[in-house]
Ligand binder design. Structure first.
Ligand code: UDX
Length: 437
C-alpha cells in the first residue's frame, strides 16, 4: 500500500520504517531539511534498538523515502499518518497546533480519496475536529481514523511489529477495511484489531497511560509504607503479581515515572476532565505523589551527610528516564540532580546513552565521566537513577575501592539487600530495609 507519515519523531519514524518492512511504499515527511537529508543518507536520528537495521534495509529496497514536501507525501499516499508532536501547554492541555496546521494544509491540497490517520496522542474529539477542518476545503471524499500508538521507547520496533492489539477508531467501513488490510501482517499471531468509534479510541490511549502511571504510583506508595512498617516491597510485589487480575508487570517501585508520555498524558487527561467540569481526583494524587517520589531519596542522602553536602561528591549512575533510551524528558535523575546541586553537592555522572542530552541541559554544572567506574572515583556515595543492565552486576571490590565511603542510594532496587549487607555497603533502596546505615 502507499503510505505517508507526517512527522519523523519516535512514533513517525518507527511507524514509517515498520510499515515499509511489510512491503508498503512509505514516504516520511518532515519540515526539518537537515534531518531529512541525514535520513536520506541512512542515518537514524534517534537511538532506538533494532531500528537501524530495518531503516537501512528498507531505504535500500526503495520502500522508505524522505521528503520535506507535504505535496509529494500527499500525492503518493492513500493512507496519511499524522505523527506530529502534541506537547504540553502551560495549563497541561495537549497543544494541537502542529497537528491542526498540517491538517489545514492537507484539506487544501488533497484531490483524491485518502484516509487521514491520527497516530499522535490527541484529546477526545480531535478526529471530529480534523474531519471538520479538512471538510471545509477538500474537493474529494476522505476519512479520518484514530489509531493510537502504544510504543514503549527502547522496545518500539518490537511493540510495532508484534502489537498486543491494534486500536482503530473509525466510523467508515471503507477506511476500516484499508486499515485492517494494512495491519494484517502484524496480527498473524491472533492478537486483535479492535474497531471502535473515534472518541473511544482517542480515550483508550489516555486511559491506558494514566492507568499504568497510577499502577506504578500505587506501588510507590506501598513501597514507602513498607519502609515505615518494616515490610519488603519485593515480597509484597511478588505476592500481589501472582494474582492474574493484578499481573506481574508495572509493579516495580522506584524514584517515579518519567518520559515523554506518562507525565504529559496524565496531565492532559486531568485538564481534559476539568474542561468538562470533571475532577479526576485519582490523577491529581498520581501527579502529586510522583513529583514527591522523584526526590524521595534526597532527604535520605541529606540526613546521611548530617545535612551538609557542601564539598561532598555524589556519583550518579543512570540519567535517562529509563534504560535503553537516550531520552531524559521528565527523568527523575534531573529532579534528584537539581536537588543535590542546590545543596551544594558535586556530581560525577554517567549514562550509557543520555550523556549528550544531559550535557545540553546541565552544561558545566556536572562532571561527565567516561565510564561507570570513573564516575565513582573519589565520590562519597553512589546514587542510581536508571536501571541500565550494566549497573546490575558491578565489580563490588572496584566499587568499594573507588568510593570514599561504600554507600549506595539505589532508586531502582537493583541489588539484593542481603548481598549488599554482606558486602558491607551502606545500602538504601525503595521500600526495603536500609542496611549498614
Ligand atoms: C509508555 C507506555 O508504556 C507506552 O505504551 C506509551 O505509548 C508511551 O508511554 P515509555 O514512556 O516508553 O512508554 O516507557 P515505559 O517502559 O512504559 O516506562 C514509563 C515510566 O515508568 C519509566 O519512567 C519507568 O521507569 C517507569 N516504570 C515502569 C516504573 O517506575 N515501574 C514499573 O514497574 C514500570
Amino acid at each position: 500500500m502507499r503510505i505517508s507519515v507526517i512527522g519523523t519523531g519516535y512514533v513517525g519514524l518507527v511507524t514509517g520504517t515498520c510499515l515499509a518492512e511489510t512491503g508498503n511504499e512509505v514516504i516520511c515527511v518532515d519540515i526539518d531539511e537537515a534531518k531529512v537529508e541525514r535520513m536520506r543518507n541512512g542515518e537514524v536520528p534517534i537511538y532506538e534498538p533494532h531500528l537501524e537495521l530495518l531503516f537501512e534495509r528498507n531505504i535500500k529496497a526503495n520502500r522508505l523515502k524522505f521528503t520535506t514536501s507535504l505535496d509529494e507525501g500527499l500525492a503518493h499516499a492513500e493512507i496519511v499518518f499524522l505523527a506530529l508532536p502534541t506537547p504540553e501547554n502551560e495549563d497541561g492541555a495537549a497543544d494541537l497546533s502542529y497537528v491542526l496546521n498540517v491538517v489545514e494544509q492537507i484539506g487544501k491540497k488533497i484531490t483524491d480519496y485518502k484516509v487521514i490517520v491520527d497516530k499522535s496522542t490527541v484529546p477526545v474529539g480531535t478526529a471530529e475536529k480534523v474531519h471538520a477542518i479538512i471538510a471545509k476545503h477538500a474537493p474529494c471524499e476522505f476519512d479520518v481514523v484514530s489509531n493510537p500508538e502504544f510504543l514503549r521507547e527502547g522496545f518500539a520496533v518490537d511493540d510495532f511489529m508484534k502489537p498486543e492489539r491494534i486500536i482503530i477508531g473509525s466510523s467508515s467501513e471503507r477506511a476500516t477495511a484499508l486499515m485492517k488490510r494494512l495491519y494484517s501482517p502484524f496480527v498473524r499471531s491472533g492478537n486483535p484489531i479492535i474497531v471502535m468509534d473515534e472518541k473511544s479510541a482517542e480515550l483508550t490511549k489516555y486511559a491506558s497511560n494514566a492507568f499504568l502511571a497510577t499502577k506504578i504510583t500505587f506501588m510507590n506508595e506501598i513501597a514507602n509504607y513498607c519502609e515505615k512498617v518494616g515490610a519488603d516491597v519485593d515480597k509484597v510485589r511478588a505476592g500481589m503479581g501472582t494474582d492474574s487480575r493484578i499481573g506481574k508487570r508495572f509493579l516495580f517501585p522506584g524514584i517515579g515515572y518519567g518520559g515523554s508520555c506518562f507525565p504529559k498524558d496524565v496531565k492532559a487527561l486531568k485538564k481534559a476532565g476539568s474542561d468538562e467540569n470533571y475532577n479526576f481526583k485519582i490523577l491529581n494524587s498520581v501527579l502529586e505523589i510522583n513529583s514527591d517520589q522523584k526526590i524521595i531519596l534526597l532527604p535520605k542522602i541529606e540526613k546521611f551527610f548530617n545535612n551538609d553536602l557542601k564539598g561532598k561528591t555524589i556519583a550518579v549512575w543512570g540519567l535517562a528516564f529509563k534504560p535503553e533510551t537516550d531520552d531524559i524528558r521528565e527523568a527523575p535523575s534531573i529532579d534528584m540532580m537539581n536537588g543535590l546541586l542546590e545543596l551544594n553537592a558535586k556530581l560525577q555522572v554517567f549514562d550509557p546513552e543520555a550523556m549528550p542530552n544531559i550535557k545540553k541541559r546541565f552544561g558545566d554544572k556536572l562532571h561527565y565521566s567516561e565510564s561507570m567506574y570513573e564516575a565513582l572515583e573519589g565520590a562519597d556515595a553512589l546514587l542510581i537513577c536508571t536501571e541500565w543492565s550494566i549497573f546490575r552486576t558491578p565489580d563490588y571490590s572496584r566499587l568499594k575501592n573507588a568510593l570514599n565511603n561504600p554507600v549506595i542510594f539505589d532508586g531502582r532496587n537493583l541489588y539484593n539487600v542481603s548481598d549488599m549487607e554482606a558486602e558491607g555497603f551502606t545500602y538504601v533502596s525503595i521500600g526495603r530495609k536500609a542496611v549498614n546505615l
